[in-house]
Design a protein around this ligand. Structure first.
Ligand code: HEC
Length: 120
């Protein structure tokens, strides 16, 4: 096999696997976020008890979510609540999730709020 053809096969192969493992915002949300933010994002997950100092954001509140840009959301996901003067009850995920996964989550939150948010 010529070297060029081999390279072509390798590139095609990685494109196909790339699609296969594309981050799925809905699944990531169910796995990492729903216990606090609720499976439908309403801020009513099973972890939230009476002694929670603040309620997790209800992502279906369009007006509130429209105040945030995608960059604002991304920063809070990566660095946790305190980066935006919010509660440390919102954990940082930067060591758990890669960029692609964080972006997929931002897109998922935009579906939940049915809003596009502030421009970055
Ligand atoms: C341990 C519970 C918990 C988990 C798990 C959690 N959050 Fe949060 N989250 C919170 C709380 C509590 C707040 C509200 C903090 C505040 O208002 O001071 C919050 C706030 C946020 C905000 C900020 C909204 C705003 O108004 O600025 C975003 C965005 C967010 N969470 C996204 C996520 C995503 C995405 C995940 C999953 C990767 C996640 N959270 C997992 C508890 C959690």
């Amino acid at each position: 096999m010529s070297r060029l053809l081999l390279m072509g096969v390798l590139i095609l192969g990685s494109v196909i696997t790339g699609i296969g493992i594309a981050a799925d915002g809905e699944k990531l949300f169910a796995f990492y976020c729903a216990q606090c933010h609720g499976s439908e994002g309403k801020g009513d997950g099973p972890n939230v008890t009476g002694d929670f100092p603040v309620d997790p954001r209800d992502f279906t509140e369009t007006a509130e979510m429209n105040k945030l840009s995608n960059a604002d959301i991304r920063n809070v996901i990566i660095d946790g609540g305190p980066i935006a003067d919010k509660s440390p009850m919102m954990p940082p995920w930067g060591k758990t999730l890669n960029d692609e996964e964080v972006d997929a989550l931002v897109q998922h939150l935009r579906k939940l709020c049915n809003c596009t948010g502030k421009a970055d």
